[in-house]
Design a protein around this ligand. Structure first.
Ligand SMILES: [Mg+2]
Length: 262
């Protein structure tokens, strides 16, 4: 593949496009430049604590003029799966109200009774209680499927990290003694499949840009897409050699991504 054949950029958010409430310097300009040259952008985040619509609003507030159709998160991929194949199934959700409402909107049935549940959904939940963990665990013991939005151990906030969805999933998988049946966030391929369907393009036209080897770069590899690692987030240049797979490109910042296009 030549570098000019990328038609779509699938960009991670935290550590790649923004750090918390600040954009990576130069990202607005390169977004506008490539957009004007006919390159499509989608933003792919594992963050399921905000809806895709809320993430698009945040990007607009920070200065990137995106539509809500340009943002996919791990919750979008899960919701899409519910409305396609699991309408009417009964769900227990360890997650926040926006995710509960989205599953209801996708015509899943929310239940509090662990004895009669088909699927346990686990996501970042800043209202987590022992009662919620207990109900989820009972449902899994009684045979419910276990789905996780994503397995990120932490997420970045100003100056430090807070426990992420993966830390909550770990409580339930530790109790259950088995891994989740399905995970929707990167590096698993659901968001890639949703992106390809939304844009009606092939994986070989896509360039994934992100700051984490074990989510973004592995995601690209799993989906058969090209990848570019940026050094503005979780990974330094010397970290790359520690992995058994490598990004197609390493660039200092997403602001430099135009180098990969003629
Ligand atoms: Mg990131």
């Amino acid at each position: 593949m030549t570098k000019t054949s990328y038609k779509v950029i699938l960009a991670d958010l935290d550590g790649t496009v923004n750090r918390g409430e600040e954009l990576i310097p130069g990202v607005e300009a390169v977004y506008g430049d490539l957009h004007d040259r006919g390159i499509k952008w989608l933003f792919l985040s594992n963050n399921a604590a905000m809806s895709a619509t809320e993430l698009a609003l945040k990007l607009r507030r920070l200065g990137i003029n995106v539509s809500e159709h340009q943002v996919i998160n791990s919750a979008s991929a899960l919701i899409h799966t519910v409305e396609r194949n699991y309408i009417g199934k009964r769900f227990i959700v360890v997650g926040e109200s926006s995710l509960v409402e989205a599953i209801e909107h996708a015509r899943g049935t929310i239940s509090d009774d662990p004895a009669s549940v088909d699927i346990v959904v686990v996501a970042l939940d800043r209202t987590l209680t022992y009662e919620k963990l207990k109900r989820a665990h009972i449902a899994v013991q009684k045979g419910a499927l276990l789905w996780a939005t994503n397995l990120d151990a932490t997420f970045p906030v100003e100056g430090c990290f807070h426990p992420g969805a993966g830390s909550i999933v770990a409580a339930i998988t530790t109790a259950a003694g088995r891994p989740p049946d399905r995970v929707f966030g990167k590096p698993y391929p659901d968001m890639a499949l949703l992106a390809l369907e939304m844009l009606d393009i092939s994986a070989s036209s896509c360039l994934v840009v992100g700051d984490r080897m074990e989510t973004d770069i592995l995601f690209a590899r799993n989906a058969g897409m090209a990848s570019a690692l940026v050094l503005t987030g979780a990974t330094s240049r010397s970290d790359v050699a520690k992995y058994s797979y490598a990004p197609g490109h390493v660039i200092e910042s997403i602001a430099d991504i135009a180098e990969l296009f003629d």
